[in-house]
Write a protein that binds this ligand. Structure first.
Ligand code: 13P
Length: 249
């Protein structure tokens, strides 16, 4: 069975609650499609008004992060139950910005992935290499290690429902999109790694996105690749372009 595409916006630290509602109202008609899953991953404070604003539409709301404990003395953190109770379905885990600025590691990513599944949230698990790593020729080794640690103790059934976002760090917010060959090569390697850890059926089920300067212009060719099942979109998800990306065909 063909995998259904999943196209997610990552708003990052943009949009106040009132701006979020206005943007959703603007994008709603532009992203109405039956051909893909459409997700808006929004800042924590925007979640409640965003869930309200997307009621009755095809848009799912995701969080950009969460903590791996149930509750307690973790000032400033958001728990998985808080997300599910608010109507959140997806959560981005281990974005490179969180790894770089907030000291997230492969180990904390794994803890969060396990916790997300425990609560029925679909994790969008991020991986990606730096420019130095690409130039050193260690991209595939690096990504395989990120994937193997992220999926430690995750069952095959859970893994099949996960979303992985391959985001080369050098392509994020730089306007420098990876070539379709580069993106497809790594996404295929990720799928092969999942087949090694689990089995072919799990590898065939899991959805792998490309992220990094995705635009209305680059989306059609990227999404046509055999192992690219959609995109995780930063800058362009805050604009009308997101409508064109979601309707890439
Ligand atoms: P840009 O699309 O702005 O490059 O951001 C990509 C990204 O980091 C999505 O998570």
């Amino acid at each position: 069975m063909a995998r259904r595409k999943i196209i997610a916006g990552n708003w990052k630290m943009n949009m106040t609650p009132s701006e979020a509602v206005a943007l959703i109202e603007k994008l709603k008609p532009l992203v109405a499609t039956e051909n893909a899953d459409v997700v808006f991953c929004v800042p924590a404070i925007d979640i409640i008004p965003a869930v309200e604003a997307v009621k009755g539409t095809n848009i799912g709301i995701g969080a950009e992060n969460m903590y791996f404990e149930e509750k307690g003395a973790y000032t400033g953190e958001i728990s998985p139950a808080m997300l599910t109770d608010a109507g959140v379905k997806y959560v981005i885990i281990g974005h490179s910005e969180r790894r770089e600025y907030f000291a997230e590691t492969d180990e904390t990513v794994n803890k969060k992935v396990l916790k997300a599944f425990e609560h029925g949230l679909t994790p969008i698990i991020c991986c990606g290499e730096s420019l130095t790593q690409r130039e050193q020729g260690i991209t595939i080794d690096w990504i395989r290690q990120q994937i193997k640690i992220a999926f430690l103790n995750v069952t095959a059934e859970q893994a099949g429902k996960a979303v992985i976002a391959y985001e080369p760090i050098w392509a994020i917010g730089t306007g420098k999109v990876a070539t379709t060959e580069q993106a497809q090569e790594v996404c295929a390697a990720i799928r092969a790694c999942i087949a090694e850890i689990y089995d072919d059926a799990t590898a065939a089920a899991i959805r792998i996105q490309y992220g990094g300067s995705v635009s209305a212009a680059s989306a059609p060719e990227l999404f046509a690749q055999a192992d690219i099942d959609g995109g995780l979109v930063g800058g362009a998800s805050l604009k009308e372009d997101f409508g064109a990306i979601v309707n890439w065909q």
